[in-house]
Ligand binder design. Structure first.
Ligand code: KG4
Ligand code: ZN
Length: 340
C-alpha cells in the first residue's frame, strides 16, 4: 500500500442533500451535508427545486468542508463525485462542478456509483466500528433503492435481489404521508414506533419470488386500512398513532429480514452489512443485532452520519479507486440509472 497520504475532496448531489467531505486516506476530516428543506412543503422531492438548491449550496458546502478539514485545495490529490444513480438535474450540478474543479486544479477525477458508496461506507476508518471482510452481503435500503448485494471485492458487486416497484424508504415515507406526517416520514414512523405495539394491526406481506422485494402493495394495504378505520372513527389516527407506526415498522422490518435470511441461506455468507437512509431505522438495527445472537451472523451497522446521503461514503469509495488508479476522463457524464 502507499506510504503517501492521499487527500480527496468528495462531492455528493444525487438527490436532495448537497454534501462534501474531505478525507486523508480512509479517515474523514470533514463531512458536511446541507439538507434541502424546500421539499418538505410538497411531501416529496421536487427535482427542479433540488437542482436549483444544489447550485446554491455547492460552493458554500465545499468551502465549509475544506475549512473544517483545515485543508487548502492545493493540497488535494483527487476529486471524487457521484455519477449516479439519482435525479439527473441534481447529478449534473455535482458532476459539472467536480469536473471543473479537477480540471482547474490539474488533479484526477474519480466517478463513484452512489449505491456502491453506501456499501463502501463500512470501510471508513472509525474507532469501534469493524470493517467487513470479503465476501459479505450488503442490503442497501434507501428512499430510492432496495437491494441485496453480494460483495466480493471493493468494486466487484452483484445484485442478487431488489425491489420490483417501490423502495423501502418510499414504503416508510408514503405510509407516513397517509398518516398525515411531514416528509420524509421514515424517521417519524421510527420515533412513534418506540411507544407502540408492533402487533396491534397486522398487515399482510407481499408474495414475491426469490430475493426480490415489492412494497407498492404494502402502501396500498396501509391506505385501505386507514381509510376504513377513519370511516368508523375520524380520530382513529390520533388515538392510535404509536400502534399504527409500530405495526408498519414491524411489518417492513419483517419483510427485509425474511429476504436477508433467505440470501444468507442461499449464499452461505453470514457477514451482513446494511447501508442507505433506512439503515438508520431502530427496528432493522435491533433485528440485525438479534440475528447475531440467534443465527451467529456478523452484522455491520453504519454510524448514523453515514446512513443517509453523505459525501464521506463517496470519498472512501474514491480512495479505493485512487489506489487502483481508476480515474475518470472529462467525458464522464451523469448517469441517472447507473448500475452497480
Ligand atoms: O439514503 P437516503 O438518504 O437517500 C436516498 O438515496 O434515497 O435515504 C432516505 C430515506 C428516506 O425514505 C427516509 O425516510 C429514510 O431514508 N429514513 C428512515 C429513517 N431515517 C431515514 N426510514 C425509517 N427509519 C428511519 N430512522
Ligand atoms: Zn442514498
Amino acid at each position: 500500500m502507499l506510504d503517501q497520504k492521499i487527500n480527496i475532496l468528495a462531492i455528493e448531489s444525487s438527490c436532495d442533500d448537497t454534501a462534501a467531505a474531505v478525507l486523508t486516506n480512509d479517515k474523514i476530516l470533514s463531512n458536511i451535508v446541507a439538507t434541502q428543506e424546500v421539499h418538505q412543503q410538497y411531501g416529496g422531492v421536487v427535482p427542479e427545486l433540488a437542482s436549483r438548491a444544489h447550485q446554491q449550496n455547492i460552493v458554500p458546502v465545499i468551502h465549509q468542508a475544506l475549512s473544517k478539514a483545515n485543508m487548502d485545495k492545493s493540497q488535494l490529490h483527487a476529486i471524487a463525485f457521484t455519477r449516479g444513480p439519482g435525479l439527473m438535474g441534481s447529478l449534473l450540478v455535482g458532476t459539472s462542478f467536480a469536473k471543473s474543479l479537477s480540471l482547474g486544479l490539474g488533479i484526477p477525477l474519480i466517478e463513484i456509483n452512489h449505491m456502491q458508496a453506501h456499501i463502501l461506507a463500512h470501510f471508513i476508518d472509525e474507532k469501534e466500528f469493524d470493517k467487513p471482510t470479503f465476501p459479505f452481503l450488503a442490503m442497501t435500503i434507501s428512499g430510492g433503492h432496495t437491494q441485496i448485494v453480494k460483495v466480493t471485492s471493493y468494486f466487484t458487486m452483484e445484485v442478487i435481489g431488489q425491489t420490483i416497484d417501490d423502495a423501502v424508504g418510499e414504503a416508510f415515507d408514503k405510509s407516513a404521508k397517509i398518516l398525515g406526517l411531514p416528509y420524509p416520514g421514515g424517521p417519524l414512523i421510527d420515533k412513534y414506533s418506540k411507544e407502540g405495539n408492533p402487533k396491534a394491526f397486522p398487515f399482510t406481506r407481499p408474495k414475491v419470488g426469490g430475493l426480490d422485494f415489492s412494497f407498492s402493495g404494502f402502501k396500498t394495504a396501509v391506505l385501505y386500512f386507514i381509510q376504513k378505520q377513519l370511516k368508523e372513527d375520524p380520530q382513529f389516527i390520533e388515538k392510535n398513532l404509536e400502534d399504527i407506526c409500530a405495526s408498519i415498522q414491524y411489518t417492513i422490518v419483517d419483510i427485509l429480514m425474511h429476504k436477508l435470511k433467505k440470501a444468507v441461506k442461499e449464499t452461505g455468507i453470514r457477514q451482513v452489512a446494511i447501508g442507505g437512509g433506512v439503515s438508520a431505522n431502530s427496528g432493522i438495527r435491533n433485528a440485525l443485532q438479534d440475528a447475531e445472537k440467534k443465527y451467529g451472523w456478523k452484522c455491520f451497522i453504519p454510524k448514523f452520519e453515514y446512513t443517509t446521503d453523505n459525501a464521506a461514503m463517496i470519498g472512501i469509495a474514491g480512495y479505493y479507486k485512487f489506489l487502483e488508479k481508476d480515474f475518470a476522463d472529462f467525458s464522464a457524464t451523469a448517469n441517472s440509472r447507473y448500475k452497480i
